[in-house]
Design a protein around this ligand. Sequence first.
Ligand code: KPL
Length: 298
Amino acid sequence: MKITILGAGAIGSLWAIALQPQHDVQVWTRSSITRYPLTFQSLSGKVRTYCFDANHIDHLQQSDLLLVTVKSFQVITALHPLINDLSARCKIVIMHNGIGSHDAVKQLFPKHTIYYATTSHAALKTAESTLRHTGLGQTFIGPLSSVISTDNSIADMFNQALSPCYWQDDIMEPLWKKLAINCAINPLTAINQCTNGELANEGYQAQLIQICNEVTLVMRAEGYRIKNGELYQQALTVIKATADNYSSMNRDVFYQRPTEIDYITGYLIHQAKIFDIAVPVNTQLWQTITSMESSYHA
Ligand code: KPL
């Protein structure tokens, strides 16, 4: 397959490396580079250097797959310039933290087959062209449209590249479960500028439980069967599995970049309003991150 990966951040670069043995992969970036060199350290510590094509319009136009790995709030701005260059058969896979870009993506590409994906693989870009795979995770992929697509071969393709990858008829369910984990971990690690692992300390437990209880109420209203304490236990599992990592929101606040708060906690608050559910703890976290962002350059 000819593949273009839109966004050469940590996750986009990780998939570029995973897909390249079997596919013809290029990256698409905001800059005008034509080659993208990357030094990669695998989970076993092995280091290898790669060089991908970048920003070749003919490769984009011939692509069978466009994998979009930019941040949630960049999806539409990044996709807009590509509308006329994607062939009608090009499948689009969108992979970002949080929820909320899907309606705009559907409007932008009404005739294309669109999938959403979520991954818990952890990767860290330690410099512009250095990538470290820091945690093994799993990936879920499924169709955006509620009409169930029978073509689940895309999940096999991702599974061969970086397993495990599971097909999901209702992709919203894993997206919500990942959103719950991000609601629990990301704002707290950003506000307190701590590693994910520090959230295992006693002092954070009451807040983590409240955050997860609020998410549970909204997810149940959305129709998902969530057991009491399930989301908190899942968040704790991720906290322990990624103990040494800094969350993406922690890094965004550290480097004074925009965060994905509106697509994580903001999306939860938006949906809670629809069902008239109070989410005071998450609302407080949303307000704190929002005011941290607005004071960046003050
Ligand atoms: O997705 C993540 C993020 O940092 O955005 C978690 C799961 C919290 C891992 O760090």
